[in-house]
Design a protein around this ligand. Structure first.
Ligand code: SF4
Length: 313
């Protein structure tokens, strides 16, 4: 059942997830389409997230957006003080811009590994940090050890912060400690996107890949073909997995395996390295005192890709 609507205001709106924004020419959603999208969200009782470009919107757009409860996803360089989520590309940070916010940091793996200290500094300032690795498809078995070491370094920083009474969240590590069941991106299932052309998409990535790959429009409504394929209960590998924090990105799935409900080896291995690092972090914090007493221990496992485990059976 749908619960969320993402409104991408402009072709140049910031990315908050795996996809890149390939367009540099502005194309702002028509004001009437924005009004109609909000009307759909009101009728369907959807929670709205608005994704902003790097320029200031005309006042009439701001006025229309204010007609509905929503959260703002904005580039940090132009974010208003009230923006709930801020995104940044690059490494030129002013800590004050992040204070107490939810921040999205998107970068290729190699850059992240080379900036462990900056990521730790960021963690100390934000309420929550979502790290999005933008080149999952290039992850190889040779990267596993370096990724694990980087995660362990961030785990040490998180442990230091937690022991000192702070509790920032990091999607790659703390989500798995807190969860008791799968909690993934609901694109195509619980979440739908409205693009600047007034059409509906599974998520913004599907729009940027191919504007004709829509699932309806504001004139005719939402029409997701084979919508069961976007649900966890129709994802035969994921529904048995316990990397509960995994983003389970259906766009990456389709890009890498040609099936929206079949994950790639790379996505699974990375998620399991994070799961295992979360296991170590949880045990380490607990060795210092009571921590999340109602959450079960994360079990030790002997695989990194659930698909291989299934094949063994
Ligand atoms: S790790 Fe793989 S199997 Fe597990 S939820 Fe993520 S994509 Fe699905």
């Amino acid at each position: 059942m749908l619960q969320y609507m993402i409104i991408v205001l402009d072709d140049t709106s910031t990315s908050f997830c795996h996809y890149d924004v390939p367009r540099c020419e502005r194309r702002l959603i028509a004001l009437d389409d924005l009004r109609r999208a909000i009307r759909v969200a009101m009728i369907e009782n959807l929670t709205v997230q608005v994704v902003y470009p790097y320029y200031d919107l005309p006042q009439e757009y701001k006025d229309v957006i204010e007609t509905i409860d929503h959260s703002d996803i904005m580039p940090v360089s132009t974010a208003t003080p009230g923006a709930q989520v801020v995104t940044v590309d690059g490494w030129q940070w002013k800590a004050v811009l992040w204070k107490g916010r939810v921040a999205v940091l998107r970068a290729p793996l190699e850059e992240l590994l080379g900036h462990a200290q900056q990521v730790s500094d960021l963690l100390a300032n934000v309420q929550r940090l979502n790290v999005v690795i933008t080149d999952v498809e290039r992850f190889t078995d040779a990267d596993q050890e370096r990724y694990s070491i980087w995660l362990a370094q961030l785990g040490e920083e998180l442990e230091r912060l937690y022991v000192n009474g702070k509790s920032p969240q990091l999607n790659l590590l703390t989500d798995r400690m807190m969860l008791t069941a799968m909690n993934n991106c609901g694109a195509g299932d619980t979440c739908i996107t409205v693009a600047p052309n007034g059409r509906f998409y599974i998520c913004p990535a599907f729009y940027y890949d191919d504007p004709d790959d829509c699932v309806g429009d504001l004139d005719h409504g939402i029409a997701v073909a084979n919508k069961q394929l976007y649900r966890l209960d129709h994802a035969p590998i994921c529904r048995r997995c316990d990397a509960w924090h995994c983003r389970r990105c259906v766009w990456l799935n389709r890009r890498m395996t040609l099936e929206v409900n079949t994950p790639s080896h790379e996505q699974c291995v990375m998620a399991h390295l994070e799961r295992n690092a979360a296991r170590n972090l949880l045990a380490s914090i607990r060795s210092k005192g009571t921590f999340l007493p109602d959450k079960p221990e994360i079990k030790e496992i002997d695989y990194l890709d659930p698909f291989e485990k299934l094949q063994e059976k």
